[in-house]
Write a protein that binds this ligand. Structure first.
Ligand code: FE2
Length: 354
């Protein structure tokens, strides 16, 4: 399979990964051939990318770090918990822990798999999808940092609920696409304190998890909020969540800008290592992310076009690429693969969004 922009879907293409609605129902199943009559409706789907397959890429599998089922369950749990808190109920700590435990189990089982994409998510319900992505990315980082299961669970609960304070804010303010006024910015920044207050009230939630909400906008160099803490004054869990939160926001379509490609987001984060983020956390975080995820279409330095088919964890910027078009952009019909890690002349020049 290969990944294309949803806008470029065309008749005759075959869907390679099932698409789910927000409530976990299958919208479109894998194997379905796109017909002229539903191209328009497909383009209206609330998604950025879609996986399709053709003869040249049919055997390329994109491994998931977490099953789609577990991810959707987690999104629903996040929504349930936050909806209840909105009407004045307590956080369901049992549900949050169960979800975090599930994700910890799956991620420990799939240890070594790089994050290819956790972005077959819909653009609506951003808060809940974002919460789960941050939870997954945080747990992966915690695993790399050698945390035991109990710490992973507390980190997972904190990451899942890091933005719970937002549920108490004016929702129009959260979705505003224009620049926020100073007063509005001040108001949105209240969500860390609000979230902390919600979580610490609950005796079944670890105070460490509550601190993820409180401190996830603090920055390593002291430039964050609400208290301007720096270095180890910020709990390590919150340092992990801060990074996962920033990375996921960068790679998502949000109301005020389109998603940034993975390689660009990783470059931004590397640039902020030591200032906004703890370098150890950055290293552990990035070790889990595929710079050029499997299924990505890339242009090589010799102008050939290929699809990423395999990545070694050691040389992530030089994956194995299957060529699909020659340097004159003519499709080729036999399988040629190049392992860039073994080829010192060739490199990836560009990601082709098509
Ligand atoms: Fe936040």
């Amino acid at each position: 399979m290969r990944r294309i922009l949803l806008d470029n879907i065309a008749a005759g293409m075959k869907i390679a990964k099932p698409l789910y609605s927000a409530d976990g129902k299958i919208l479109l199943n894998a194997g379905l051939e796109v017909k002229d009559s539903y191209v328009r409706r497909l383009r209206e789907l609330d998604l950025s990318y879609i996986y399709v397959e053709d003869e040249l890429t049919a055997d390329i599998e994109v491994p998931d770090v977490v099953s789609e089922k577990a991810r959707i369950e987690a999104v629903n749990t996040a929504k349930n918990i936050m909806d209840k808190v909105k009407v004045g109920k307590m956080v369901d700590a049992g549900q949050a822990k169960k979800t975090a435990n599930n994700l910890v189990d799956e991620l420990c089982r799939n240890k070594g798999t790089l994050v290819n994409f956790i972005d077959l998510r819909t653009r609506s319900d951003y808060l809940f999808n974002h919460s789960v992505s941050v939870c997954i990315l945080s747990i992966m980082t915690g695993i790399s940092m050698g945390y035991d299961e109990l710490r992973l669970r507390d980190l997972g609960v904190g990451a899942l609920l890091h933005d719970i304070g937002k549920i108490m804010l004016d929702q129009e303010l959260l979705n505003k696409s224009d620049r926020l006024t100073a007063k509005e910015l001040e108001e949105t920044r209240q969500h860390s304190q609000l979230g902390f207050d919600i979580l610490r009230k609950n005796p079944d939630i670890s105070l460490l998890s509550a601190h993820c909400a409180f401190q996830h906008h603090e920055r390593y160099d002291g430039s964050g909020y609400p208290r301007g803490l720096s270095g180890c004054e910020i709990h390590e869990f919150a340092q992990v969540v801060a990074l996962a939160d920033s990375y996921d926001a960068l790679t998502s379509d949000v109301s005020y800008r389109a998603a940034v490609p993975v390689y660009e987001a990783l470059a931004i984060i590397a640039n902020e290592s030591g200032s906004n983020f703890n370098p150890t956390v950055v290293d552990n975080f990035t070790s889990n992310i595929a710079i050029y995820p499997i299924g990505t279409v890339v242009r090589l330095s010799n102008n050939e076009i290929g699809v990423v088919v395999d990545i070694s964890k050691e040389v992530k910027h030089k994956p194995v690429v299957r060529i699909i078009a020659d340097e004159y952009q003519q499709r080729i019909d036999r399988i040629v693969e190049i392992d860039l890690s073994k080829n010192s002349r060739l490199y990836i020049a560009d990601v082709v969004e098509r």
